[in-house]
Design a protein around this ligand. Sequence first.
Ligand SMILES: *Cc1c(COP(=O)(O)O)cnc(C)c1O
Length: 374
Amino acid sequence: MKINELPTPCYVIDEKKMTENLEILSGVQQRTGARILLAQKAFSCWHIYPLIRNFISGTACSGLYEARLGFEDMGMENHVFSAAYRESEIDEIISYCGHIIFNSFSQLDRYRDRVLAAGKKVGLRINPEFSTQEGHEIYDPCSTKSRLGITRKNFRMDDLDGVSGLHFHTLCEQNSDDLERTLDAVEEKFGDILEKMEWINFGGGHHITRADYDIPRLERCIRRMQEKYGLEVFLEPGEAVALNAGYLVTEVLDITENDMPIAILDTSAACHMPDVLEMPYRPPLLDSGEAGEKAYTYRLGSQTCLAGDSIGEYSFDKPLKIGDRLVFGDMAIYSMVKNNTFNGMPLPSIILLQKDGSFRTLREFGYEDFKCRL
Ligand SMILES: *Cc1c(COP(=O)(O)O)cnc(C)c1O
């Protein structure tokens, strides 16, 4: 199979690039003794777990389904955080996970004894109330009135029986200087509690595999918690595991014109790359430039009837033709896990680009996948 023979639309997971990311994460683990978990929220394509498990320590989960997937398909260290757990699910969740992290003292009081009776670890998510993100309130758990994490004001020093760790998650696509400043805030607000704990989880949002990421600074942050408080350190990056390790291949179905040339693709931002509209951001597209940079500029739009379902304006050296393939980059994270069949759009196939350059189809979808959810 060649790229021109792949069924479109399809996600392609790049095994070589994924392995390079995992080697970087594994290096951090080896040099520091910290344990790195895949946040499945960003990437749950379990077909790749046999590769991932060779490099990192396990999985981080947001609830029952991810907990089960991590338990069954990764089978390593498995941590879970949810803003609230359901009575009907907590026992099954405890059976899958070694660390259960609570978002309130009310949840802690409700379920603590069951977690401890099962021999599992209990943690609390804290909110250090220290924002390092600007303009992205939807991704900032430290924004005002946030429901995520317990603030110092609401922390109960007299209710910590059986609690062995603290968890924070406040970053999104950030470098280790922001982590360092966040740790200052964590120590300032919760330093007295850290002294009583066995472990700390730095959450996700660490862009460790990005070229400009300062890894030595991250490792200093890890050692600081290990040496000063004797803590075991966990990190649960999602994006960093599969950063730039996937593509979305699409075909040009038609070319139209309205004040500028418009190409209609067999993919959809709303269905197949929702972060393009939610973040929002402009996905990289192979062999293209900004609008006006190369000779031929097009607006790239989808098949759906949502007026705003457009991916942006891109330019090319040659005019686009019906049947051309376009390859969007950085499409392994938050794409497959978020896709949907709005407008009856088909789900993209999932294909692995293996290290030897050959393609292997992992999953194909059809009409039943649209119908069975409704
Ligand atoms: C989203 C999330 C992560 C992963 O974040 P990335 O930005 O993908 O690294 C980890 N932990 C928690 C609690 C999260 O909510």
